[in-house]
Design a binder for this molecule. Structure first.
Ligand code: BES
Ligand code: ZN
Length: 464
């Protein structure tokens, strides 16, 4: 994003009323929009040190930080020690989750035939080895299976109408020892059963052509199939949130409000996650360092979340564990996820319901003051602002859109990180927070957002 120097922006703001006009065009709450760039912004911009952010990204992105592993723990220790070095007391909030390991190998064969297949495992399938009669079982709906005896057999089921998990559970309930689900369109079927379940039996997929040919053959003669899934397992793992809290400086003049600034510190396997999301974690650390010695009338909570990449688990755990009274005092969640890629697009905000809220208003106002341009917002989930939004806390994700080509790849490394982008985000978010959290804030009374219902797409993706 192009960015005029601050001095110029100040001069422009002093000489032109154009600012309030520009801001009004993007529908910023007037009370924030009309404020010219101010010395208070300066205070934040001057204290923000992009070298700290860069160095922390560099340290954190030496290897992937997979939730529930030692590599995550190392990152957690580092983040905690950084918070402590700024003078914070920290809390590590640990939680457990079930982690799935993909099978190492899958075999499928038909007795008396040398035909080969290309079976793929459903995510969350269990391991096992079975030899049994192949039973054609339609779409695997309960009513279709009612008359069938599937005991010890391998059910051959077509994709469609109900979820993969339902098909497997329906067949298992009728005694099936294994399940094959074949596609109803061309191409490979890479599905998931959505979540772990002890009642599953080994389940694999076949292409439409393979499945239809097998179904036709099995209708004409009795076929015996052998199915083996090896190495799949579900294990309990422990992940952590790291929390540092800055209380208001003067309790008697303090508001009751809480602002949460956060990012996730875990990454996906194989990806060092320099941008996703060492960048947001390092930004959270730098904002914590910066605000430590700046008095505020609002409580600031700096949090890095674990297990975001396996389903927003850390932020969900954190929000679920809050007393209702604390949730009601939370006026904003700034979620920093992928905030420094050289190869991504411009800075945007994503809200779970696509609507503006206090966070987008504050950041549109601060970006207008600093850069003469309000950052846009659009609808988007997929990160740790979602549990906050669902609990009724105004929340937004800060991200560059479109994402870089290295997203979730081994090439998400420090050399693709742009200090300019980091500086831009740090200034916009830092000054937006300060606008609300500083003493003598004459800003609007905060309207509480209504709770947002967000479909958890990651649970349902590909399950039917
Ligand atoms: N940083 C991403 C989210 C993201 C990426 C949002 C690109 C918008 C554009 C996040 O870490 C992630 O990968 N989320 C998962 C979903 C999560 C619920 C497991 C995703 O989007 O696949
Ligand atoms: Zn991420």
């Amino acid at each position: 994003m192009k960015k005029p120097v601050l001095k110029l922006t100040i001069a422009a703001a002093i000489t032109a009323g154009a600012f309030s006009f520009q801001a009004a065009a993007v529908q910023v709450e007037p009370v924030y929009a009309q404020q010219p760039v101010n010395v208070l912004d300066h205070k934040i911009v001057q204290h923000f040190n992009v070298e700290n952010v860069y160095q922390n990204i560099d340290y954190l992105s030496k290897e992937p930080r997979i939730a529930g592993t030692e590599s995550e723990e190392k990152a957690v220790q580092y983040i905690q020690s950084q918070f402590q070095s700024y003078g914070y007391e920290t809390e590590i909030q640990s939680f457990t989750f079930l982690s799935y390991t993909e099978p190492e190998s899958i075999f499928l064969s038909i007795e008396g035939s040398d035909e080969t297949f290309t079976p793929a495992a459903f995510t969350y399938t269990v391991s096992g080895g079975i030899t049994g009669e192949l039973a054609v079982a339609g779409l695997g709906k309960k009513e279709e299976l009612a008359e069938l005896d599937l005991t010890g057999k391998i059910a051959l089921i077509q994709r469609g109408e109900i979820s993969f998990a339902e098909k497997v559970l329906n067949a298992a309930e009728k005694g099936a020892a294994g399940v094959i689900i074949y596609n109803n369109t061309d191409g490979a079927l890479n599905g998931t059963l959505g979540e772990a379940n002890d009642a599953y039996v080994p389940a694999v997929s076949l292409t439409k052509a393979e499945g239809e040919a097998l179904a036709a053959k099995a209708a004409a003669e009795t076929l015996t199939a052998s199915l083996t899934v090896e190495g799949a397992s579900v294990d309990e793992k422990t992940s952590h949130n790291v929390i540092a809290v800055k209380k208001p400086a003067n309790q008697t003049k303090a508001t009751n409000d809480i602002i949460v600034v956060g990012a996730h510190h875990d990454s996906v396997p194989g990806a060092p996650g320099a941008n996703d999301d060492a960048s947001g974690s390092a930004m959270t650390l730098e904002l914590a360092r910066l605000f430590k010695d700046i008095p505020t009338d609002t409580e600031l909570r700096f949090i890095t979340f674990g297990a975001e990449e396996v389903g927003l688990l850390g932020s969900e755990y954190y929000v679920d564990g809050l007393p209702e009274e604390e949730v009601s005092r939370m006026i904003a969640n700034f979620n920093l996820d992928m905030v420094g890629s050289r190869d991504a697009g411009d800075l945007v905000m994503m809200t779970a319901d696509g609507e503006p809220n206090l966070v987008t208003e504050l950041a549109q106002a601060s970006s207008t003051r600093l850069n003469g341009e309000a950052i846009p917002y659009l609808e988007g989930g997929r990160s740790d602002h979602v549990p906050f939004a669902e609990a009724g806390v105004p929340a937004a994700l800060f991200i560059h859109d479109p994402a870089e080509p290295w997203y979730h790849t081994p090439d998400d490394t420090i050399d693709k990180i742009s200090k300019e982008k980091l500086q831009d985000v740090g200034e916009i978010v830092g000054t937006a927070i300060y606008e609300k959290a500083r003493f003598d804030n004459q800003g609007i009374k905060v309207k509480k957002a209504s709770k947002v219902k967000v479909p958890h797409l990651y649970h349902n993706e590909d399950i039917q």
